[in-house]
Design a protein. Sequence first.
Length: 383
Amino acid sequence: MTGLTRREMLAAGAAAAALGMSGSATAQHEFAGLNDIAMRKGLRFGSAVAWGQPNADRASFANPAYAALLERDCGLLVPENELKWQWTRHTQGYNFAQFDAIADYAASKAYKLRGHTLFWAPQKWFPEWLVSHDFGAQPAKAAEALLADHVRTVCKRYGTKIYSYDVVNEAVEPSTGALRDTVVTRAFGSGEAMLDMMFHTAKAEAPHAELVYNDYMSWERGTEDETHITGVLKLLEGFRKRGTPVDTLGIQSHIRLLKDLPVAAIVKESEGPWRKFLDEVTAMGYKLAITEFDVNDKKAPTDIAARDAMVADYAKAYLDVMFSYKQLKDVLAWGMVDKYSWLTGFDPRADKTMIRGCPYDAEFKAKPLREAMASAFLGAPAR
Ligand code: 9MR
């Protein structure tokens, strides 16, 4: 017995049929949707989706296999790229065509939609025109007007269609722990004041929405990770002192097997300091969200079975720690299928094989990672 409700069995059966799966060769939770499993514990699950290039066949509405998989596993969606300034503000005006396609798709299938992101802070992700923008004689006013107009325009356009915003993404420089210095913070005059303004504007325009500060500080230990965590804590403390309306810390969760160590050893060195961080964040009254989960398997063996087992074990250990915090409710994977993952292009393995950091392989077949995620949801304390 899988412990599934009748509704879940029926839904899972229909999804499995859509995916062309047979009943016999599947793991225990293969037929239950991940979101259905998560919801039993008061959690929710979803994924990033892309509209098109560079992953044209991944666009969920253009690829029935991907759509079937999303429908089976996801209750939440987030655009991987299409709400970023590089897409909506490729020129100084606005263009929401690609994101609208995702928002319409989400609405047509009743997915809940996250807004990633109102502002991606590192300058390398700005559209070109912004890098060379002339902020004029009163740069602080001009910068505020530009950012506030962006937040208002997006929040007004999508209203309650977006339930949660990454208002600001990656504002802390990992090597120093300070706020990143960019043409926009320089024009504004203060990075803190700029972030405060973004959150206050979002609160005024989208009072229904969860407002998230999102960043990639990670539980693996390394010098930059320590500095990054310290910087994020300082930022979160500042928000609370100044009364900035930030609800949630978005923990991207691109977890990484980057050391030649067994999983247990990595977990052992990571868990204590990471819990201390999460304890401090939640003590300040922040909620938590996993916003971009995947696993970089760079130092895991080439052998597929051994690698998949290692990825699954590592993910399970991480998710168990995260799920022990009842302040965490939403979990989003940064894509569901290996062949479309950003990881393969961004940080290739030495053996040139595809990184196996998503719950499904290139043939849309569920991997041990998916089973590990299901089992972490099942083992989570209810919230
Ligand atoms: O996965 C995204 C990839 O397709 C884009 O090329 C890249 C640049 O826009 O952004 C990737 O997503 C990032 C996310 O927006 C913020 N956190 C890190 C993600 C991986 O780089």
